[in-house]
Structure formats: C-alpha cells, structure tokens
Ligand binder design. Structure first.
Ligand code: 13P
Ligand code: SF4
Length: 300
C-alpha cells in the first residue's frame, strides 16, 4: 500500500483532519484537508469537529490548536519541528515593560511558545497584526517576539508608541535588500511580494506586503505574470497550482525553513498510526494562553 493510501485509511480510522502550513513539503500540502497561513489554520483548528487534528507545521501551531480546541487529540508528525523565533522573548523584560508603562499592550506574534502567550495581552499573525494593533485602546505597544513584523506594524500605525524585541526569523532575514535589488535587475517586469518578517530594507522594495495567503492571493489576482517572492519557498506549490502560466523567482538563496521541511508523508502516516506525538499542556497554562488567542480571534 502506498504511503498516501495508508494516510487516507488511517485518517478515516482515527477520524482525523489534516492541517498544513504553506511552508511544508509539496506532497504534504497535497494530502492535507486544509492548507493556509497561520491565522486561517488557527481558525480551522478552533472549530474542527474531527476527533484528531494532525498539524503539519511547527510546535507553536500544534500548541495553538490544543489551546483553542482542547477536547481534540492534537498530533504532530515531528515533535522536533520548532520555530526558533517562538522562543526569542524574555519574561523578565515583559514585566519590566509593564512596570514602566501603565497603558501597555503586550502584542505577541502567534509564532511564540504557549508560555510566552501567557504573558501577553493579545496574539496577532502577519495577516491581522495591523487591524488588531489599530483596534487596541492602548497607546504603548510592546511587540514580541519578531522585531521585523513589529517595525512594519509600527510604520503603519504612527500614532502609537512601540517597543521592539530582538527576535527574528532566520529564513526571512536571510533575504537582503541587495538580493532583492539584483532580482529586480534580472526581472525588471516582476512585482515584488514580501512577507513582513523580512527586514525594513527588503520591505522598501515591495509591491505587496502580506502573509503567505496574502502573497498567494495577490499574485493570483494580479495582471502581472512575473513575481519575485520574498518568503519561504513552500508557497511556490500553491502559487503554481493556482497560476500555472505565471513565473516566480526567489530573491535570496536560503528561503527554506528546515523545521517546516521536517514534515514528511512517512511521518504523517506514522503519527496517525502510533498516536503518540500528541500535544499535552497543563490546564492552567492552556487557560492563560487561550486569553490572547481568543482576543485575536475576536479582533481579527
Ligand atoms: P503566515 O503563514 O501567517 O504568513 O506565517 C509565516 C510563518 O513564518 C509561519 O511560521
Ligand atoms: Fe519560524 Fe521562520 Fe520557519 Fe516561520 S519560516 S516557522 S518564522 S523559522
């Protein structure tokens, strides 16, 4: 029996739904029930009715699914698939900022550990950060953990005061302004589509800035037929499915998330078969981490 057939059979047996992020391997995206950006996937996870949610992505995605839908078994194909940026903020610094500014909102990118979320007021993703920060009554925003997304949001919301944290995504920061300049020289007719985890120097070249879904939707709707892609290259799978006649070029040379790429079809089948790679969390932590995630779902 092929691995794909095995997955189909086990999926029925376990009453499972498969969610996948756009950065996982093409063949994994192809067998998923839902593929999307972080915001879309968190909404799907929150209202999933199947007994088991198999999350093809990194730890914080599975954790968020468990936090929002605790009655379900949340399975990860690879427990080592983790986003380094999710750990890049310091609890003591958060408390320090809270003491310094009475009117502070700790805005936490969803790419964060559950524990970090418990110290935050609201979560955001790259597709709803602007809307949510604008809607907050607070004047002072401590944006964690991603400095680049924080700086982008700050540039669009000039009436608020931002404090930044020094977290970053090594995949997106591997793309430099020089790379983009060179790609534009090579493809002068191409539009430049940029994820806001990139540096401000890269964002300055963008024709469009948005989440993975935003980038895919923009390219699909555009009359242009050439694009320079400034995000992880897993998005090329959906871009090419939706736009077989358009051309897509990478800007840099390392647009590859090694953690997302840990997810394989074999690990998907194994997780469903063994049911051992489950996300477990203390109930107290789950309740506290749920608050900022639910606020995101309300405001986003
Ligand atoms: P989005 O899919 O929400 O744009 O997130 C990008 C990302 O880095 C997820 O790890
Ligand atoms: Fe984390 Fe960057 Fe990989 Fe997304 S692409 S999971 S932010 S390391």
């Amino acid at each position: 029996m092929s691995t794909i057939d095995k997955i189909k059979e086990l999926k029925k047996e376990r009453n499972a739904v498969i969610l996948a992020h756009y950065y996982v391997n093409d063949e994994v995206q192809a067998i998923a029930d839902y593929v999307g950006d972080s915001f879309y996937l968190s909404k799907i996870a929150a209202k999933a009715e199947a007994d088991t949610i198999l999350f093809c992505g990194v730890s914080f995605m599975g954790e968020s699914a468990k936090i929002l839908n605790p009655a379900k078994t949340v399975l990860m194909p690879d427990m080592q698939a983790d986003c380094p940026m999710a750990h890049m903020a310091d609890f003591n610094k958060i408390e320090e900022m809270r003491n310094q500014y009475t009117d502070l909102a700790v805005v936490c990118y969803i790419n964060s550990t559950a524990e970090l979320k418990t110290h935050s007021d609201v979560c955001v993703t790259s597709s709803n950060a602007l809307k949510i920060v604008k809607a907050l009554p607070n004047q002072h925003i401590y944006f964690i953990p991603d400095e680049n997304l924080g700086r982008y949001v700050a540039s669009q919301v000039p009436d608020k005061h931002f404090i930044f944290n020094d977290g970053y995504c090594h995949v997106h920061t591997s793309i430099s302004a020089e790379h983009v300049k060179k790609a534009k020289e090579d493809h002068p007719g191409a539009e430049i589509l940029v994820h806001p985890e990139c540096t401000m120097g890269v964002l300055a070249f963008a024709d469009y800035i948005g989440s993975t879904s935003g980038i895919i939707d923009y390219a699909t709707a555009s009359k242009t037929n050439e694009f320079i892609i400034c995000t992880e290259l897993g998005v090329l799978y959906e871009l090419k499915v939706k736009n077989p006649d358009k051309h897509f070029y990478a800007a840099g040379h390392q647009q590859f998330c090694p953690n997302m790429k840990r997810i394989t079809l074999e690990k998907v089948a194994e997780a469903l078969e063994q049911m051992t790679n489950t996300i477990e969390m203390e109930e107290d932590m789950r309740i506290r981490a749920k608050k900022p995630l639910e606020r995101m779902l309300e405001l986003g």
